[in-house]
Write a protein that binds this ligand. Structure first.
Ligand code: GDP
Ligand code: MG
Length: 297
């Protein structure tokens, strides 16, 4: 059961085409070191895309730029093939001066647009490879206060290039009440700075059940998540993924404990196609037309 991700059950008809062809989905993770990005990706896809690495030795000189690392895995479920790529951005926010931490990330996203544009311009467009970033999970430190300058700067620079999905990292370090207050504050900051985070379109003729499911997901944004790759056996015999504390266990897959399940549903089940479509029809299209205008075409 735990190896099961759920994309084989994509609900809408629009997904059928992608399902036949097998599909490509690229998810980027950004946020300061130690916020649990690698852990969450492993938790999401139930793989160890990221082998555990020892924490960097502060005595060793730090790299001077943000590294962009991309890992792909082919996941197959009930004959549905998904080529999943995760783009990690270690180093973000780790420098003495982080004013331009966003820059290599924008460049990477644009380079992926360029690679797609080049394929579109080819005569033979049979085998298009789509390496564009379809979603960017932005990890917010669970301070309980407000967004930091680096968060605002990153999101302001990126929101026209990628579907931003804000996440409150390590939500187990806050109480439920702190999480709710922090979420309100984060959303207020986002609005105040005119940052556009990903918003799923609402279709008129959707059935009530689907609408309710979508609302249950989107009202959780920014998702307060807990990641863990360890399985724990509880006293009642259940084996769960979670984090153990003297006062109890936080279960990753328990919706009473965190929003992990909702985030996964959104990415892999309910909104994958929307994320891909918005990337193609709006974000990429804007980039493409700006570029052509700039070239005087
Ligand atoms: P990254 O630098 O953002 O990739 O962070 P890692 O995934 O390497 O995690 C950094 C540390 O935080 C590790 O010791 C993880 O075990 C721990 N960690 C990861 N996710 C969580 C979480 O949700 N809650 C708590 N409390 N710790 C976490
Ligand atoms: Mg990492």
């Amino acid at each position: 059961l735990m190896g099961y991700v759920g994309f084989a059950n994509l609900p809408n008809q629009v997904h059928r085409k992608s399902i036949r062809k097998g599909f490509q989905f690229t998810c980027m993770v950004v946020g300061e070191s130690g916020l649990g990005k690698s852990t969450l990706i492993n938790t999401l896809f139930n793989t160890t895309l990221y082998p555990a690495r020892p924490s960097p030795d502060p005595a060793v000189e730090r790299p001077k730029t943000v590294a962009i690392e991309s890992i792909s895995a082919d996941i197959e479920e009930s004959t549905v093939r998904l080529r999943l790529t995760v783009v990690d951005t270690p180093g973000f926010g780790d420098f003495v001066n982080n004013d331009e931490s966003w820059k290599p990330i924008v460049e990477n996203i644009e380079a992926r647009f360029d690679a797609y544009l080049e394929q579109e311009n080819r005569v033979n467009r049979q085998k298009m490879v789509d390496n564009r970033v379809h979603a960017c999970l932005y990890f917010i430190q669970p301070t309980g206060h407000a967004l930091k300058q680096i968060d605002i700067e990153f999101m302001r620079r990126l929101h026209t290039k990628v579907n931003l999905i804000p996440i409150i990292a390590k939500a187990d370090t806050l109480t439920d009440e702190e999480v709710q207050n922090f979420k309100r504050r984060v959303l207020a900051d986002i609005e105040h700075h005119n940052i556009r985070i990903f918003q799923a379109p609402v279709y008129e003729n959707e059935d009530e059940e689907t609408l309710a499911e979508h609302e249950a997901i989107t009202t959780k944004i920014p998702f307060a998540v807990v990641g863990s790759n360890s399985e724990l056996e509880l006293e009642d015999g259940r084996v769960i993924r979670g984090r153990s504390y003297p006062w109890g266990v936080v279960e990753v897959d328990n919706e009473e404990h965190c929003d992990f399940v909702k985030l996964r549903q959104m990415l892999i089940r309910t909104h994958m196609e929307e994320l891909r479509e918005h990337t193609n029809n709006v974000l990429y299209e804007n980039y493409r037309s700006d570029k052509l205008l700039g070239m005087g075409v």
